[in-house]
Design a protein around this ligand. Sequence first.
Ligand code: CP
Ligand code: NVA
Length: 309
Amino acid sequence: MRHFLDIDRLPADTLRSILDLAVAYKRGEAAPGGERPCAGKTLAMVFEKPSTRTRVSFEVGMKQMGGLVTIISQSDSQMGRGETIADTTRVLSRYADVIMFRTLRESSLLDMAAHAGVPVINGLTDKSHPCQIMADIMTFEEAKGPIKGRTVAWVGDGNNVCASWIHAAVHFGFQMRVATPRALAPEARMVERARAAGADLVLLTDAYEGVKGADCIVTDTWLSMGHGVNTDAALKAHIAQLEPYRVDEDLMDAAAPGAIFMHCLPASREREVSGAVIDGPQSVVWDEAENRMHVQKGILHWCLSGAGA
Ligand code: CP
Ligand code: NVA
């Protein structure tokens, strides 16, 4: 079964072949002459959390490839009334050819994969966001050439998106610098695993030190969906510790000349990133969002046909 569960669970050549497919789809070369490689196939998407880009890029991508799409969420399905992931998955596997799941807990994604009769794609969990980082690698390479041997700096909260960047550093051979407050550093076990797998990973607490020599600065929301910051006082303290990590023009100037800025979106202007940076000439966030769709096509193509695997 060709599940797309996480970047660190797939071999480097499979990831590269998915990116090659994405580039070919973007150029209109993957399905020449109006070929519809997903004709007769159905994608089911299951959402336990909101989404704009992931939902729409998968839906439009699948439809452009000739396939059908069905979408359920926690609140409008029997999942909201307690039907288990296992039972939901067994049923969806009878209707659909591939399932994409955005879930609150990584354990639910693994539960789905264990009970699925069709490939399962990780559309974001509390621990990772692999589809996003595949699009980010594609976007980096469009702007700056091959990512191998280059330097990417993450600044802010060491969250799920950061974890997928760390996973990618292993397979795509770039240096990953991660600057976070100590309390929001990436999970120690994940870091150990990535280093053991060969990641060139530098963890720091100083944002300016973090971006030194970086070809790309990346950040993300300071408040991920499902975050556990539940009181006003906790929220104030959480934001306060992240203030020194805002990506502004001064921080961009401290990176390598010509560095690009990435953000998976949605963004809070003037919180994790200044308006001048996200709307400025170094920002590639709209290409990044567009590339989600080309990459989803590559992932769907690989899951459904095994092309390039
Ligand atoms: N970047 C991303 O996954 O966006 P959505 O939450 O809108 O899907
Ligand atoms: N880290 C964010 C990413 C949103 C696409 C979250 O999990 O909410």
